[in-house]
Design a protein around this ligand. Sequence first.
Ligand code: AMP
Length: 249
Amino acid sequence: MKIFKTPDEVINWKKTIKSIGFVPTMGSLHEGHLSLVKRSLLENTYTLVSLFLNPTQFDNQKDLDTYPQDLICDLKQLKKINVDAVFTPRYKDMYPDDYKYKVMENDLSQILCGKMRKGHFESVLTIVLKLLHIVQPDQAYFGEKDYQQLQLIEGLVKAFFLNVQIVKCPTVREASGLALSSRNRHLSPEGKLYASKFFQILRSHSTPKEIIQQLEEKNFKVDYVEERANRRYGAVFYEGIRLIDNVEI
Ligand code: AMP
């Protein structure tokens, strides 16, 4: 039996009982995803993880077709850490309207990754809204690796009065500094090591223009490097794989 002596103890205990933590993912799980899941397990009574490769957020069919997928391995990893529930819907479950209805944002979603990937954030916001409505979590966990996405989701929650707390989780990296990403599986072993130069250069004390030049000299194909509100964002291609990252400045 618990004995509480202060109001805060009661309030904090109430928060921890029967709370649902939710971690939306596109599968092909790595330690970055698992850091969100582990945090949710610590902070909630139940944790639900969704594995849904959302086709509408890909602007390129080849990128969708080659996106890594391994359901058995994902389930094994989630079972090992005692996740309570996994949600693996199909396209028709999530899109009974066949994507006729969409969430639009006309500011932050149009720059950085949104400039190059038309309709990407529209789709991300739409699927996140659908998932949040279905799961009705108390807390939903998102990674700072996708910082623009995180900010847009915070905006979505505010705009539509969603009753959920968004929890920001730090980027998990390889020892080399490369941010973990499902797409890294497509890099060669040497490429994976070399790709860490992207983060090393991105976090240097140079201007975006100088950083772009340094990245190009190192054979990265630069999509963008831009600064916005104390944060530097970058996206590059290496061995044909799109890598994104961001650092506080
Ligand atoms: P994804 O499966 O790529 O859609 O990612 C699902 C969630 O995991 C998103 O909130 C991502 O920001 C987060 N995530 C992906 N990679 C990492 C990472 N390296 N560190 C922390 N969070 C991550």
